[in-house]
Structure formats: structure tokens, C-alpha cells
Write a protein that binds this ligand. Sequence first.
Ligand code: BGC
Length: 480
Amino acid sequence: MTAQTLPPDASVNDAPEKVMTRWLWLVGVVVLTAGILFGYDQGVISGALTGIKRSFNLTTLMVEIVTSWVTLGAMVGSLVAGTIADRFGRRATVLVAAALFISGALVEGFAPGTTVLIIGRLVVGSGVGVASVAAPLLASEMAPTRLRGRFISTYQFGITFGIFVAYLVDELLASGEWRLMLGLASFAGVVLVLLTLPLSDTPRWYLKVGRRADAEHSLQRVTRDNATAAIAELEARLDEDTATASWKEILAPRWRRPLVIGIGLAVFQQITGINAIIYYADKIFAAAGFSSVAGQTAATTWAIGAVNVLATLIAIAFVDRLGRKPLLLAGLVGMGVSLTVVGFAFLSLDHVTRTSSTAANAGSKGPSDAGIITLVALVVYIASFAFSLGPVVWTMINEIYPRQVRGRGVALATAANWFSAWLVSQFFLSIVKRLGEPVTFWIFALLCGVCFVWIRLKVPETKGRTLEEIETMWADESST
Ligand code: BGC
């Protein structure tokens, strides 16, 4: 659990030339593919649920478990990934994630009953968790400094693209073909293995384990600069860098602010509702009056999936120009307002359903005005998330921790993210059942408001600062 990223100022592969060598492209494609698999495994369940429910006759609790235990697996996966990455290398860790993706998807696809299906979900989930630490780590250690942000954003882009592809697959296949929907991820896992095998590990990891020649060779593949000089510099830094803090130390008062901020951002990213929408989109659209399954899946694919991908590009374009805080704050306003509107739309839907309950088949006419308003509001919500909390939270988690605590800080924040994702997806349907859709969406909206105030007051801007400057900033309490 001590995985560390390259120091920010390491000039390793920091060549000023057109830096994208063939190997760097390959690293980019590996990171993208890992993101796509992560997204696919998260998104595919939305369209598969109806078929699974029919095959296994599931209660609401079991539907929630089948949906959400991917995130529990991911929590465990993210906690152990750092240790695997330090001991066996970053490349090997990506291969472990791929192996978990492949085996989990096959178990899901051939599951004879609910228990095996849930085991498959846990295995796939641990792959998602391992990938969520390994891919950004590989990206940040291989990428030239100037392109590091873009490499990490590529990962988030992969996630959203994977969710979109999952929705498309859900739309193309009938819900009865849920085994194929879930099992298909194993092919993508095989592609990830094939792409990763020719890669070498990162220069930094080779140096850490004393394989200097391999480090130099690896560096030569990604830069045309003087690899020997860069390696010497990196080696010097490594000495300062190997003093990794213990778990106890990470809780020391001097690291408390970045720890709280990282975990806070990770938790808020989830408790403002994103995965309730991603996982249960079809069900939300059904409740909003999209009575045909085709209508529900089309709304999910395009209004949620495609918008999520496109709006992520906004973040990639502006995160380094406008800064993290403006994007986060603007996104939270959009998310809060749209969730409030969704709540009101459901309130009026409830009213219409009650008052027209005597009219036969009131719900079978297709989306009402309130249904259309829900659709539009959810588009605004997803777009607002995708240019703010989606990519910016991962970016900040990977840049706010001082070197000594980075590996553990990132692991803790990532695990907190998955735990909160689990909480939301596990209890969303039950909360809706108990409190109704309007109150549930208003709770998410309220949490957007709380997050807005907290970020405004407590979270510093990190744009344009080196990691050293960020480290110094924590020491100076008055800097926010
Ligand atoms: C979140 C995921 C979410 C995805 C949606 C990511 O940043 O961590 O939980 O499903 O964005 O695009």
C-alpha cells in the first residue's frame, strides 16, 4: 500500500520535443483500455438488471446487492493494489486487474444462481479497484511531466466511454441476454492483457527494486532525451523518496488537511448521487414514464452515457486553464439545481399517477411532461458532474498528497470513494421505496450544497502548482 508516483519535478521523460513516442502511445492506450473496462463493468448492470431479475426472481435487496457489490470488491482491490504495485510492478498490477476482469466476467456470464453471480460481481469489482489505482499510477510514472494531467484524464475519459459502450451493448442486446452483456467484458480483458504484455514497467519501479539496466531501457523507450542522466537524477530523488510513511504516520496532525480534503472529495463525489443515476438509470426513466424498455435504454444510452463522455472533454480542455475549484463549484451548482428539478418532476409524476389511477393504463402512454423534464434535468446533472467532480476529484486525489504519504493517501481516498459508492448503490432503491423519489433526489441536492460550501471554504486551488508547492502550502495553514 505504499505505491508512490514520480516526484513532480523529476525531469525523467520530461523531454521538450514532440514527446509521444510509440511506447507512450501504447501506455496511453493501455490506460484508456483499463478505464474502458472499469466503466463497462460499472455501467453494464443498468441494462442487465431486468433480465437477471427475471432469471433469478430477485427481491429489491438482492437487486441492490447484485448491483452494488462491485463497489465493495473495488474497495478491497484499491486497498491492496498499492502493495501489489510496489512488490510486483505497475505493469504486473494492470495484468492482475485484467485477470480479475476476465475471470469475474466469465463467472458472472455462466452463473447458475445468485450466489455465484454475486461472487463474480465481487471479483470483477476487485479488478475495478486494482485498475483504479494501477492505471493512474502507470500513467503518472510513464508520462512526461507536461502531459501527466492529460494521461490521468484519459483514464477518466476511458471510464465514461466504457459506461457508454456498456449502455450501447445493453441497448443492442435484449435484457434476456444479460449473460452475454456481463460476459463480454472478458474479451476486453483479453485485449488489455495483449496490450500490456509488450510494455516494460516504469523506470521508477525498476530503480526501486534495483534493476538499473531495465530502468534505463524502459526510459529510452519513452523519451529521446539522455536517459542515463535522467536515471541518475531519478535515483537521487528515489533516496529521498523511499522514506515511506507508516499508516500511523499518515494520521499525524501535519498531514491531516490533505487527508481530510482527499477523503472529503472522494466521498462527496459519490454521495451527491452519480452512481445512483449510472446504475439505476433505466429504472429512473421507467419511473419517469418511459414505459417501453427500448425507450428507457435509449434515454440511458444517449442522455446519460453519451453526455457523460462529451462533457468529460470539457474538463480535459479547461482543468489546467480555469483551475480545479471553478470547475468543481460550477459543476455542483448544475448538479444541485438539476437534482432539485428532478425531485419536483417526480412529485408531479406522483400526483398525476395518483389522480389518474382510475384511468386504465395511465402509465403506458410514454413519457409525460414531467418525464421529459426529468430527462432534461438528468442531462444537465450528468454534464455538470462530468466536467467537474468526475475528473477533477481523481486529479486532485493524485496531486494533493506529499510524497511520503502519497501511496497511502491515494489508497485511502480511493477506498473511501468505493465505500461511499457502495453505500449509495446499496441503499438507493430502499431509500426511494421508503422516502419516495422526490425526497431522495432532494437529499442528493442538499449534499451538493454542503459540498459547494465546503469546497469554497476549505479546498485550496492546486492549478499550476508543483507538488512541492502544494506540500509547502499544507504547512502554511493560512494559504486557503
Ligand atoms: C466515478 C465513478 C463514476 C464515473 C461516472 C468516476 O469519476 O469515480 O464512480 O461511475 O465517474 O462517469
